[in-house]
Design a binder for this molecule. Structure first.
Ligand code: ZN
Length: 149
């Protein structure tokens, strides 16, 4: 995909506010060995954080708020490990890493309505039809960050 994960995440960074990054989960799924995968994802995220911190003249990054869909195949423990490792000696060292998970969403055509799955049941709770998976739940983006200016 053009630009790769760096470009997508780079566009997603905002001081405040949410910007969707369609296709980010495909990049996230492209990883091989688990921990190495989270390190490469976190490297891309922190690159954007650093660039944004420089742009707004921040002295220190206090918190980074991520949104990660349940389909993005990211393991929290590995991500935290990568975060601690990669932020050593940077502006983001000691920052809080907050992860908000979003759930997969389906669209039922007969009902023309969206729903979340119930456990392992992917069918529409109203009519029982099997809905189409929407993009929701595949996000990987920085929702906001808190800095010391
Ligand atoms: Zn339905």
């Amino acid at each position: 995909m053009p630009g790769g994960i760096f470009a997508m995440i780079g566009r997603a960074v905002r001081h405040k506010g949410r910007v969707p990054t369609p296709g980010a989960a495909d990049a996230a799924r492209a990883g091989g060995v688990r921990r190495v995968h989270e390190i490469s994802v976190m490297t891309a995220l922190l690159d954007s954080v650093e660039a944004h911190a420089t742009r707004i003249g921040a002295k220190k990054v206090l918190a980074i708020n991520l949104v990660i869909g349940e389909r993005a195949s990211i393991i929290d423990d590995s991500l935290l490990f990568a975060f601690d490792l990669l932020t050593l000696g940077t502006r983001a060292e000691g920052a809080a890493l907050n992860v908000r998970r979003t759930r997969m969403r389906f669209h039922c055509a007969p009902c023309d309505d969206d729903y979340h799955r119930t456990g392992t049941d992917f069918r529409c709770p109203r009519c029982g039809a099997v809905g189409q998976v929407t993009d929701e739940g595949s996000e990987l983006l920085i929702e906001s960050m808190e800095v010391e200016e």
